[in-house]
Ligand binder design. Structure first.
Ligand code: DGI
Ligand code: FE
Ligand code: FE
Length: 190
């Protein structure tokens, strides 16, 4: 599907605030791609589509994952909103015709991250957290500066904040969120 058609479709299915967020992630992913020499067309599409499964009701998310034999964790089953990432990669392929594995993987891992992420995966993860419409996370000004100075440090800072936030909420942490955090803090270059 062409980009303007994708936008038209997303505008229809997503809530207005979610659509604005999507455009914010697209724009921010473009900026980070410029800074780090990532393929801009891929960053743009991955940013645009990263939340394309967000509108699907939770029950349906679980059913769709089962139908497609997409494996999910216990935490994802208890918090099906997490599944919008894995399912998003499938929807991007099925509905929007995206075949590029790098783009699909960036969509798939945008919520939890994963160990040893590609540049594109890191860019989408970070762009999602800091795009201009976001205003809830603490120290966003620091995160936005860090994103353009040191992408890995920014990733670690975001993961740390996410774990603190989940602790405070006693929401269960997905094993992949923890694994990503441990991977990046262990591989941190001092
Ligand atoms: O879809 P978005 O809202 O744009 O952003 P997202 O895909 O990063 O999802 C953000 C939400 O996901 C936020 O409320 C925190 C939550 N989250 C991230 N990691 C985990 C998690 N929730 C649980 N239960 N476990 C996690 O490991
Ligand atoms: Fe998301
Ligand atoms: Fe998002």
């Amino acid at each position: 599907m062409k980009k303007d058609k994708i936008k038209e479709h997303l505008k229809k299915v997503l809530k207005p605030g979610r659509y604005e967020h999507t455009l914010g992630v697209e724009y921010t992913a473009d900026c980070l791609a410029m800074r780090y020499g990532c393929d801009m067309a891929k960053a743009d599409l991955a940013g645009l589509l990263h939340d394309c499964a967000k509108w699907i009701p939770n029950k349906e998310k679980v059913a769709m994952c089962k139908e497609r034999k997409i494996p999910f964790t216990q935490v994802e089953q208890e918090n099906p909103e997490l599944l919008h990432a894995k399912l998003g990669a499938e929807v991007a392929k099925e509905t929007y015709g995206i075949e590029d594995e790098e783009i699909l993987s960036a969509i798939r891992w945008h919520t939890t991250g994963k160990p040893d992420m590609t540049l594109l995966e890191k860019i989408i993860f970070v762009a999602d957290y800091m795009e201009p419409n976001r205003d809830k996370a603490p120290e966003l000004d620091k995160i936005r500066r860090l994103a353009f100075e040191d992408l890995d440090q920014c990733l670690i800072f975001i993961l740390k904040q996410t774990l603190e936030y989940l602790n405070g909420k006693t929401a269960s942490c997905d094993p992949m969120t923890l694994e990503t955090y441990h991977y990046y803090t262990k591989h941190e270059v001092q």
